[in-house]
Design a protein around this ligand. Structure first.
Ligand code: 5AD
Ligand code: SF4
Length: 466
């Protein structure tokens, strides 16, 4: 039996409520787009619905209710989802009584449009209204629209035990905060996810402990800007480094990761805590977005290139074996060839181990939309993005080549995608390693692997005795 199924049972059994449950065994299908935060939200949403008597299904043909958890970060994400909603709309005509809802960022951003377009959906629910979902579904079942796009300053879904959707049972994501206050000028997140708020550390620790007891060996603490995590209660304050210390203390066998760090808030104290705890992984995701001071200012990132490089130096000093990864945007408003060259030079200077790279996509309602011009021609954006990607491929390959011949502790995640005779897992630096399976090695084990070869995306190796 998978852990998901086990948890599913537990959730149903723990319902000590004698009211008739609105779900009454109806089947819920959830499709998730976008970031890990969205995956975590779907897990919370399913838990809420199960408490009300709905049953989760991975088979869309069985579904009585379809919920699409959406992403607004770039226009192409939204276009894909529109396409999917149109498919569901056709599907609905063939299946009487089927309820379709859109939830998450796009629901928050496009509430009116979604309802106007000939009721393409029955439910529109923003990221802070998932507790209200059983009522919204009931409304939709009675022929009305179920709509709730209220954002909250407090909602963290703190005490809800998410239903795990991951398949490996080894590595899980745990949301520690929601929303964002940074208002980077290109970004829609503060508008779709609302203000920043931190989750009660007790509930985080309980969730992590339960995961460890269920066999998980790695947790990634998630937030838009985890470094500004702050819990104040009864005169006590818990900051992000404090939280990391506590989570890492759950077990030395539990790996702890986190994402994402805004460079302006990455503190020396966090680096000290990491250095003192070997089970906090040697990997920091530090989105630079651009290497040009002029652009960083226009993006409202609140740091300079020099300051960013200072943080990189601090990481290298405190944690010499730490991987550094980043996010980069090509073709933001007003970006010149010189600005672009600065981004390439920053990449070389830092020598990123890997990166997520994007073409700028204007988002309605953001500062950039209101006060700047999306003036880099499409083909220029594409050319610059391709240059960034090509350079990163070289940097990733160089980084992987430096690992050849070294030994790493690898947490086994399961069979490799390419071959059933091989296993895969990650190093502390978050690099994927593929190696031949051996009798007695299973998902969740730690093994020592000597790296024998690599591509720009993967390390190849062999299991060795300690
Ligand atoms: N266009 C392109 N990329 C964006 N990102 C955020 N907003 C936009 C946008 N409008 C990228 C940033 C961020 C990552 C999650 O998505 O690099 O760090
Ligand atoms: Fe968006 Fe900036 Fe907040 Fe990240 S820190 S979610 S890029 S506004």
């Amino acid at each position: 039996m998978t852990d998901t199924k086990k948890e599913t049972e537990n959730h149903r059994l723990s319902v000590a409520d004698l009211r008739p449950l609105t779900g009454a065994g109806k089947k819920l299908y959830v499709e998730t787009y976008g970031c890990q935060m969205n995956v975590g939200d779907s897990e919370i949403l399913i838990a809420i619905m199960q408490r009300e008597g709905y049953r989760y299904t991975e088979d869309i043909a069985q579904a009585d209710v379809i919920l699409v958890n959406t992403c607004s970060i770039r226009d192409n994400a939204e276009q894909r989802i529109w396409g999917r909603l149109r498919e569901f709309h056709r599907y609905k005509k063939a299946r009487k009584g089927l309820i379709v809802g859109i939830v998450g960022c796009m629901a928050e951003r496009l509430r009116e449009e979604l309802l106007e377009r000939e009721s393409i959906v029955d439910i529109v629910a923003g990221p802070d209204s998932y507790r209200d979902m059983p009522r919204l579904v009931a409304l939709a079942a009675s022929g009305a629209h179920g709509v709730n796009v209220q954002l909250s300053e407090e909602e963290t879904y703190g005490e809800i035990r998410p239903v795990r959707l991951d398949k490996n049972g080894v590595s899980a994501f745990v949301a520690i905060m929601r929303g964002c206050n940074n208002f980077c000028s290109y970004c829609v997140v503060p508008y779709t996810r609302g203000r920043e708020r931190s989750r009660d550390p007790q509930t985080i620790l309980r969730e992590v402990t339960e995961l460890f007891e269920a066999g998980y060996r790695e947790v990634t603490l998630l937030g838009q800007n985890v470094n500004s995590y702050r819990w104040e209660h009864d005169g006590q304050t818990v900051t992000f480094p404090d939280l990391m210390e506590r989570v890492a203390a759950v077990s030395p066998l539990l790996r702890v990761r986190f994402a994402t760090s805004h460079p302006k808030d990455l503190s020396d104290r966090l680096l000290e805590v990491m250095a003192a705890r070997p089970n906090i992984c040697r990997a920091i995701h530090l989105p630079a977005q651009s290497g040009s001071d002029r652009l960083l200012k226009a993006m409202n990132r609140k740091y300079t290139r020099e300051w960013y490089l200072g943080r990189v130096a601090a990481i290298r000093h405190a944690l010499p074996d730490c991987a550094i990864t980043t996010d980069l945007i090509a073709g933001f408003c007003g970006e010149t060839e010189e600005d672009h060259a600065q981004t390439l030079s920053l990449m070389r200077e830092v020598g990123y181990d890997s990166a997520y790279m994007f073409k700028y996509s204007m988002r309605p309602g953001t500062q950039a939309d209101r006060h700047m011009t999306d003036d880099v021609p499409e083909e220029e954006k594409v050319r610059r993005l391709n240059e960034i990607i090509a350079l990163q491929n070289d940097l990733s390959l160089a980084s992987n080549r430096r690992d050849v011949g070294k030994r790493f502790e690898v947490l086994v995640e399961g069979p490799s995608r390419r071959s059933g005779e091989q296993l895969c897992g990650r190093t502390s630096q978050n690099k994927m390693v593929v190696f031949d399976a051996r009798e007695g090695i299973a998902a969740g084990d730690y093994v020592t692997v000597r790296i024998t070869d690599c591509t720009s995306a993967t390390l190849l190796g062999e299991v060795v005795a300690e």
